[in-house]
Design a protein around this ligand. Sequence first.
Ligand SMILES: N[C@@H](CCC(=O)N[C@@H](CS)C(=O)NCC(=O)O)C(=O)O
Length: 211
Amino acid sequence: MYTLYYSPGTASMVVHLALLEIGAPHRLELVDFAKDQQHGTEYLRLNPRGQVPTLVIDGKPYFESAALLMNLAERHPDAKLAPPPGSPLRPDWYQWIAFLTSSLGPVYRSWFYPQDLGSPEHPPFVREALRQKIEASWSVVDAHLAARGPYMLGAEFSGVDLLALMYMRWSRNMLKPVTAWPALRRLADLLRARPSWKRLYEVEGLTEWAS
Ligand SMILES: N[C@@H](CCC(=O)N[C@@H](CS)C(=O)NCC(=O)O)C(=O)O
């Protein structure tokens, strides 16, 4: 049994999707950002950064969404969220998880949390720089998918698609949402047709960017 501390539509989404894809029994604990629960003493004991997700596995809390995805993929090989160790696509799986996490994760974080950079709102030039960085990373992914898609690893779905999907959704209100790139649009449509996505929307109470 897993316990996922989550907030709807946030970085916990990839972990929630992975649990649904695996079909692993899990309990959800809502961390209410409106009440600042992520900074409460109790939650900080689980996750010292005061962020979601946190996944409790066998009584021990772990954080960082990409690490949790990799851990779940390894614990449930039958779900095929990762190519088996030593197989030709395993290095690609590592590569794209690292690329998405390092190129998009922190930039999106800055985009959505200007207070991390010390101001309630970004000055226009910072906002523009962040937007350009996000778009540049999506251009790399779109070119890759156009050449080797439709999924991140080619013909077959894997867990790295779930990570991409979470980040893709975060672009929905930006000047250039991912759906403006043809190969990214195709990937988004394929993934949004999966039962895990529909279930996640029901459970998390999401509506925007459903399909
Ligand atoms: N690198 C972390 C980022 C986690 C993160 O920034 N989570 C955000 C939601 S998307 C959060 O908890 N925000 C609440 C806050 O910072 O107060 C991960 O991928 O798990």
